[in-house]
Ligand binder design. Structure first.
Ligand SMILES: C[C@H](CCC(=O)NCCS(=O)(=O)O)[C@H]1CC[C@H]2[C@@H]3[C@H](O)C[C@@H]4C[C@H](O)CC[C@]4(C)[C@H]3C[C@H](O)[C@]12C
Length: 318
């Protein structure tokens, strides 16, 4: 399971990131792609990068396979599992911008600086069922894409084809589709951070005995629908805070509240699902913060001039 999150602070600075929850560790590196790095495409003309990008992922065949990343203009994207729903075309379609799903991250971060531009370009995109190398599976993902002004969700399914949703909540989890998650949220309109008032039921007085009575029913389990409701509720109700330190803390406080603790879920392969890392990118300072399941130290890496102008990928152990 995974949860993606974004919000802005009172000055409009974007904080964007995710929990990566898996049963197997795919390996993970902190990767900086510099400007002017070769960018091969399966169906488009090969290109070169123009915007430095930072994020978590793995490198294969010199290609940065990001799980989530942000470019130097503050445009960010995260891929989250979308099993049973994600479906990509069998082949390219004439006249379309045909992209393999793994290429989406680099295409978005290299071609665009804002969500408005991405939305326009997505009108002509077709995602084709193609992996970087044939021995790799195609990951069944959907994506959260954000800048400081807005966020969208991109999904391609058999039933609906490619769809883009406005995402005012700043949250994404997994299946089912985003439209279902939004409808499901309507079941939780009674949740409030304010405590319930004393009541009288057939002459019996009942009183709230502790804090939190307004949010009884807030889900605490790990299914995607529950994490969606909980993360959306926390993101909507967490007070605005000022400064990078408090906003990064806010980010981690929300995501840790929907993180997966070993032992709570054993997947069909008999493996514990757990939050491998939690990450938050601050667009203002171009800093990628993260911590790990067994290491709550807050690690950080800032995009600096010498890294963005190099000619090699910067690949660091996370
Ligand atoms: C499994 C990860 C998503 C975690 C998640 O959403 N879990 C939810 C589980 S569930 O729905 O609730 O069941 C996804 C996110 C990014 C994915 C990786 C990236 O897409 C990069 C490559 C893409 C290759 O095609 C496959 C390997 C891979 C390295 C992917 C492996 C895996 O699918 C990752 C790591």
């Amino acid at each position: 399971m995974c949860t993606g999150l974004r919000f802005t602070d009172p000055e409009g600075n974007l904080y964007f990131g995710r929990n990566l929850d898996v049963g197997i560790d795919y390996g993970k590196k902190l990767i900086i792609t510099p400007r002017n790095y070769p960018l091969p495409y399966k169906f488009l003309d090969d290109s070169k990068t123009v915007k430095a990008t930072i994020g978590m992922g793995i490198v294969m065949d010199d290609y940065p396979l990001y799980f989530d990343c942000c470019n130097e203009d503050g445009l960010c994207i995260a891929g989250l599992n979308f099993p049973h729903y994600a479906q990509f075309s069998d082949g390219p379609v004439d006249g379309k911008t045909n992209l393999a799903p793994y290429e989406l991250m680099m295409w978005v971060t290299q071609e665009f600086s804002s969500v408005a531009e991405v939305k326009q370009a997505l009108k002509n995109v077709n995602l084709v069922n193609k992996a970087l190398i044939d021995s790799l599976p195609v990951a069944p993902l959907h994506w959260l894409i954000s800048d400081q002004h807005e966020a969208i969700v991109l999904e391609q399914s058999r039933q609906y084809g490619l769809r883009v949703f406005e995402n005012h909540l700043g949250v994404l989890t997994n299946s089912p589709d985003f439209a279902w998650q939004m409808t499901n949220l309507c079941n939780y309109t009674g949740l409030t951070p304010h405590d319930a008032k004393p009541q009288t039921w057939t002459k019996q007085n009942i009183i709230p005995l502790g804090v939190g009575t307004g949010s009884i029913g807030l889900p605490g389990d790990s299914v995607p629908a529950s994490r969606f409701v909980k993360a959306a509720y926390l993101n909507a109700n967490y007070p605005t805070v000022e400064g990078e330190t408090a906003n990064v803390a806010k980010f981690f406080n929300i995501l840790k509240a929907v993180a997966m603790v070993k032992g709570s879920v054993v997947n069909v392969k008999g493996k514990y699902e757990y939050t491998v890392y939690t990450a938050c990118y601050s667009a203002k300072t171009k800093t990628y913060y993260y911590n790990l399941y067994n290491d709550f130290n807050l690690h950080s890496c800032q995009l600096t001039d010498d890294q963005v102008n190099g000619n090699k990928l910067v690949v660091m152990d996370a």
